[in-house]
Write a protein that binds this ligand. Sequence first.
Ligand SMILES: *Cc1c(COP(=O)(O)O)cnc(C)c1O
Length: 432
Amino acid sequence: MTPETREACEALDRGDVVAPLRAQFALDAADAADLIYLDGNSLGPLPRATLARVRQVVDEEWGEGLIRSWNTAGWVDLAPRIAGKIARLIGAGAEEVAVADSTSVNVFKALAAALRIAQADAPPRRVVLSERGNFPTDLYIADTLAQQHGARLRLEDADHLPAAIDDETAVVLLTHVDYRTGRMHDMAAISRAAHAAGALVVWDLAHSAGAVPIALHGDAADTAADFAVGCGYKYLNGGPGAPAFVWAHPRHLRRMDAEGWRQPLAGWFGHADPFALETGYRPAPGIARFQCGTPPVVSLAALECGVDTVLAADAVGGLDAVRRKSLALTDLFIALVDARCAGLGLSLVTPREPSHRGSQVSLAHADGHAVVQALIARGVVGDFRAPDILRFGFTALYTRFVDVWDAADRLRQVLESGEWRDERFRVRAAVT
Ligand SMILES: *Cc1c(COP(=O)(O)O)cnc(C)c1O
């Protein structure tokens, strides 16, 4: 049932159980400028709590407490505490998640651990399998690591998965929701197929953690994932460059413990006793070994506020309610673009089937970059991804149904008027 008027969208907002969560975000400036923010899948907006918390960390804990704050202000407990919170969002145990480093670095650590396990069995498997359209950093790191392990990176199209997993495959590295198309993999089905073929799976949750319910443990032993990583600054609203997270299945953690394995970036914060300052490395038990260096306290404080904005959904039905609303928003946007932007050069890239869709809608247009710039000038912030994708993230925590209506309306105006052809929309900034 697609609402046919803006008033009908307002009525949906009035009946929306998730709507109160929007008040958590500092969107006043956006509201004053009549700005619709559809890029929370790239950088989540500032939570109101973050400003006060960061100020406290800087003014009181750092400024007054100085180095004592590692103990007195609990800085040293910050990363494990946030890990426990993120664990609840991804169907994992608190003891299985570490918050550290960037997503890229965590891909490196998790994939290296997975390769080590996969190659411990004879004969060693020599293929890391990923998707051709996977996010470049994942591909660069997988390619580099494969070379270091006497293996190679094999790329397939999403349509050929999971069929492409075979007895040469050591590890399957996939992003749960594709950053460009918004397509979502069936995590359990791929994990099952990988395990049936004797391979391991590493999931990148950058575009799904905090937006869709995730069950890393699956519903049976063979549908559980092996390793996962995810991003702090997208749907977790942790701020630009926020620390990322890494997860490992407890069976792998137990094996790493039993056999004394280290991850490749064995730094002092992943040591069993960092302040013993021993000459030799001894890995900390469990996931703690995935820490490397000193945690970034100010960034962690901001990340915790961001994660809390998602956990606040517990009061309104949790991530299931967030997911229901997200699908209603993306369904609505697709229907409005179908109905109101027909014949204007757009094509839908994101799957229409809701179960195959993350929390974004991507459209292709031959002059996508200029259209996105013109749309931003009209107060709708999406982004452009080469070669021709207009990308719109619909974060259920703060996006309203009227925002979807207005965004589709402004998109139609930009295309109908041809204003995107203006020279100023051709300029490409460093970050698109
Ligand atoms: C955003 C994103 C990243 C980001 O990695 P950084 O190390 O934070 O730059 C990695 N992988 C995927 C799939 C992403 O979408």
